[in-house]
Design a protein around this ligand. Structure first.
Ligand code: NAD
Length: 294
């Protein structure tokens, strides 16, 4: 079994990005600038946003964190988004999800200008991606593609089973893996909450991407030998033995599945850090796109 080390791979990608930024500086070009909007004080969201901002420093980017109160109205948030859309110094920005219930997430996603949508959630980018056109790829599926590529994992002609059909992970992942691309050309099955006999399906999979958000759902008896496992899930599970009172659990029962897998991502240290690295890569791309436009 080989561990798909997302932490080490993401550090390598961040170093590559930092080199590109240094070159831009030397040429007198603009430094990439990423902004993040955080509404409320959800613990997990704060952790994610802070590590995104910290990673900007590592890569030599400028970063701006906009923190808004949990009671912020939808109109005020949309106004902030509009300011970011029109601010020339900002190359890309994200609005950390989930948002408080009184805010319409879809409306917010639609408000982000597609050229600055480095999360790749706007319908323009999702549509372009689905049509094989250049687009900002949703950072988590993009990170998974990059991880598989850097470990030279063959996907062509393989049966990939994606568990979960969310707009940010399962759905784009299923499209990307089925496309004609370096990491692609797979035969894809999308499983979801209404799927019957999931075990029969997962037992046929050469590659499984688990993105359902149920801790340790995929167990060793559900997979065949030499399967490639990508565990997207991150759930906080109560654990009194830990100082912080919880541990992070993936969607895969690592102990039993790793005995059969040829490759497997750990949680933490797998998909999570890759997501952040690809967000930076998208921001660098947004900045480079401006060079071309100007
Ligand atoms: P989501 O809740 O939007 O979607 C979950 C999907 O799982 C749904 O499509 C649902 O149909 C499916 N599902 C639920 N129960 C199922 C079952 N019993 N069998 C088969 N399918 C089932 O979740 P999401 O936003 O895609 O996130 C999934 C997990 O990935 C969460 O733990 C989330 O925290 C994590 N996540 C991690 C990263 C990262 O960077 N590592 C990024 C995004 C999400």
């Amino acid at each position: 079994m080989i561990l798909l080390d997302g932490k080490a791979t993401s550090n390598q990608i961040k170093e590559e990005i930092a080199i590109a930024v240094t070159k831009r500086k030397a040429l007198g070009k603009k430094i990439p600038h990423l902004a993040a909007v955080l509404v409320g004080n959800d613990g997990a969201s704060m952790t994610y946003v802070n590590s995104k901002v910290k990673s900007c420093e590592v890569a030599g980017f400028k970063s701006t964190l906009i923190e808004l109160d949990a009671n912020t109205s939808e109109d005020i948030l949309l106004n902030e988004i509009n300011k970011l859309n029109t601010n020339d110094d900002i190359d890309g920005f994200i609005v950390q999800l989930p948002l408080p219930k009184h805010i319409d997430e879809q409306k917010v996603i639609m408000a982000v200008h597609p050229d600055k949508d480095v999360d790749g959630f706007h319908p323009t980018n999702v549509g372009r991606m689905a049509l094989d056109l250049p687009a900002f790829l949703s950072a988590t599926p993009y990170g998974i593609l990059e991880l598989l590529e850097r470990y030279n994992i063959e996907t062509s002609g393989k049966h990939a089973v994606i568990i979960g059909r969310s707009h940010i992970v399962g759905r784009p992942m299923s499209i990307l893996l089925s496309q004609k691309r370096t990491v692609g050309n797979a035969t894809v099955t999308v499983a979801h909450s209404r799927t019957k006999n999931l075990k029969e399906i997962t037992l046929q999979a050469d590659i499984i991407i688990a993105a359902l958000g149920i801790p340790e759902f995929l167990t060793g008896d559900m997979v065949k030998d030499d399967v490639v496992i990508v565990d997207v899930g991150i759930t906080r599970v109560d654990d009194t033995t830990k100082k912080r009172g919880y541990r992070l659990a993936g969607d895969v029962h690592f102990k039993s599945v790793s005995k059969k897998a040829s490759y497997i991502t750990p949680v933490p240290g797998g998909v999570g850090p890759m997501t952040i690295a690809m967000l930076l890569k998208n921001t660098l791309l947004a900045c480079e796109n401006k060079d071309i436009a100007n």
